[in-house]
Design a binder for this molecule. Structure first.
Ligand code: B12
Ligand code: SF4
Ligand code: SF4
Length: 300
């Protein structure tokens, strides 16, 4: 029942042009639908992520406990306002009493088409989706936390916590305390790829969000065991399209140079976006558009 409530909530949120848009000066939609997955807070893969990425990566229980004071206040306010059920529960629930809700917001055909035509810098809609689409995604996270509180379920959006931070993984370099892609992977949404993006059933051209809710919701089945199952390069070496799309050589069959990507993204594209499109932003995503995994799973 809660699954359906969450899916309906996201659907209705995205159907509202006041919320789902590419920012000032346009009425274009930011996101064209979504893919949704669920995983249990006690899934052993969350322990694996601590070994794999670094001890700093939060388990769902750690993230929930960090956000609990604010979640409790929101739940109490929702209770007072609506007279509905109160989100009762301990501040330190058992991991198996928690569910991670993870979603991918899918780029529109117009944004993908515009980015396909680019060879060095992002198209305007893609750059807008990075800034204003992200704003929409964050509003969705906050609104869903509030809606769940009104239903009596305390929830926390880990990536929005003030404690969330980027840091360095001993093995993988630039990382963070809550990796939305890894959470999506655990929640059955898709697999990693040669260029690093997560490929979902709607492809790589997407942005991810998640929250941890104090409720037991059945997990989404992971239809893969190989973490790179949906990428053609790992499947049969038949594709390296993202290597060719990257304007700065960040993607190679031997691995990725995250620093080259970050340098291009955060410096060169920021200057370009300001100069060409007139707003403070950045973006790239050339490796996620004009490639076989852009809009679906390319592996037969
Ligand atoms: C730091 C960061 C960056 C850094 C580093 C990127 C990186 N690869 O980690 C920089 C600035 C370079 C960057 C660039 C971009 N980013 Co960024 N970024 C993040 C951020 C804030 C944190 C990522 C993180 O914690 N990574 C953790 C490390 C460990 O991840 P990793 O190195 O990729 O993990 C590898 C290993 O785990 C490995 N692996 C090996 N063996 C195994 C085995 C198992 C079992 C598993 C599970 C994994 C695994 O596979 C992974 C892929 O190679 C997230 C937001 C968030 N909170 O998650 C967005 C995020 C990853 N970025 C995103 C996007 C869209 C972009 C850009 C396209 C920029 C843009 N918007 O135009 C580019 C794409 C670059 C690329 N090729 O992936 C999206 C991802 C979309 C997608 N389809 O995957 C995210 C999730 C933001 C969002 N909210 O949607 N980003
Ligand atoms: S473009 Fe090809 S090699 Fe690159 S991630 Fe997509 S399927 Fe894999
Ligand atoms: S986001 Fe751009 S710079 Fe970064 S890996 Fe992809 S194509 Fe290369």
């Amino acid at each position: 029942m809660l699954r359906a409530f969450i899916a309906r909530f996201i659907q209705e949120f995205l159907a509202d042009p006041e919320k789902n848009n590419l920012g000032p000066g346009t009425t274009d939609q930011a996101w064209d639908g979504f893919v949704l997955g669920f995983s249990n807070g006690a899934d052993p893969l969350y322990d694996f992520l601590k070994e794999h990425i670094g001890e700093f990566h939060w388990s769902p229980a750690e993230a929930f406990t960090l956000g609990w004071p604010a979640a409790q206040t929101a739940a109490a306010e929702a209770h007072d306002a609506a007279g509905g059920p109160s989100a009762a529960g301990p501040g330190n629930p058992r991991p198996d009493e928690l569910t991670v809700v993870s979603w991918a917001l899918c780029q529109t055909e117009a944004t993908k088409k515009a980015n396909r035509a680019q060879t060095r810098f992002p198209s305007e809609p893609w750059a807008r989706s990075r800034i204003y689409g992200q704003k929409c995604g964050r509003s969705l996270q906050r609104a869903l936390v509030k809606a769940l509180a009104s239903e009596g379920y305390a929830a926390v959006a880990p990536a929005l916590l003030p404690e969330w931070t980027e840091t360095e993984s001993p093995t993988y370099g630039r990382a963070s305390t809550w990796s939305e892609r890894h959470v999506a992977y655990v929640s059955g949404l898709g697999t990693f790829s040669l260029c690093g993006g997560l490929i979902t059933e709607r492809g790589q051209a997407a942005r991810f969000g998640s929250l941890v809710v104090h409720a037991a919701i059945p997990s989404t089945a992971r239809s893969y065991s190989d973490p790179f199952a949906y990428c053609l390069f790992y499947h049969d070496r038949s594709c390296t399209a993202c290597v060719d799309r990257c304007p700065v050589g960040s993607v190679t069959p031997g691995g990725r140079d995250k620093k080259a990507c970050a340098q291009h993204l955060e410096s060169a594209t920021a200057d370009y976006v300001k100069h060409e499109y007139g707003f403070d932003g950045y973006g790239c995503g050339l490796c996620q558009t004009g490639v076989p995994c852009e809009s679906g799973i390319p592996v037969p």
